[in-house]
Design a binder for this molecule. Sequence first.
Ligand code: KIV
Length: 271
Amino acid sequence: MTDERRAVTTHELLRMKEQGERIVVLTCYDALFARLLDASGVDILLVGDSVNQVLAGAETTLSATLEQMIYHTKIVRRGAQRAMVVCDLPFLSYQVSPQDAIRNAGRVLQETGCHAVKLEGGRPMAETVRALVDIGIPVMGHLGLTPQSVHALGGYRVQGRDEPTAERLKGDARALEEAGAFSLVLELVPAPLASQITKALTIPTIGIGAGPACDGQVLVLHDMLGLNEEFAAKFVKRYAALAEDVREAVRLFAAEVREGRYPGPEHSFPK
Ligand code: KIV
């Protein structure tokens, strides 16, 4: 079992992989949920650029900005004590050049107090990963369905079903490990391929729609809580039905206000 008091670091994650301890990751976008997740023993709070879809209502992650990610990461960091906080680098904040990536990732670490950044892509991103790691910025990779490339990939579909793509993904995973990434998200890849990649690497893999063999699992918090009912994918398990709870509570409040039953004497000040 993980020691609940030990802060989660890149070294701790490697130890967990070595000892076969599964890594628990959830997306998080604010301090209130950060406190709840941290207290529940979540290992990594991922400030995903999915915030742009889940909270800001955009269709894709592509329009997420560096300012937006810095804002959400800063407030998540306020609520985290033990958990590692990882900030997604948004589209175009790291692809232009390694120097640009250093400037932007450096700002993220400096202004938010987070512990690491995540970026999407394989071999073409290896030089950038190496540049960040060399100046002390821990990097989590992201392969498979990389949402910032959704238009190039032709939609949100499973990646690596055919042999050439599977081989490319294995090479990408090795390249990211060699470049110094401390961990790797595998999104929407067949379970047997995720298993092969996980066994081939010394760094932990974190799966989402990638089967049970990954070293850890991540879900979008609002999906697994049943708050985001519009998103239904095979890999999402709903552990609660909070959207229904919200509707019910609000209906009750509205009825009590309309009928003059709220506020009662117990909620009012006599003088
Ligand atoms: O943006 C995000 O939430 C993510 C996870 C789904 C891995 O990248």
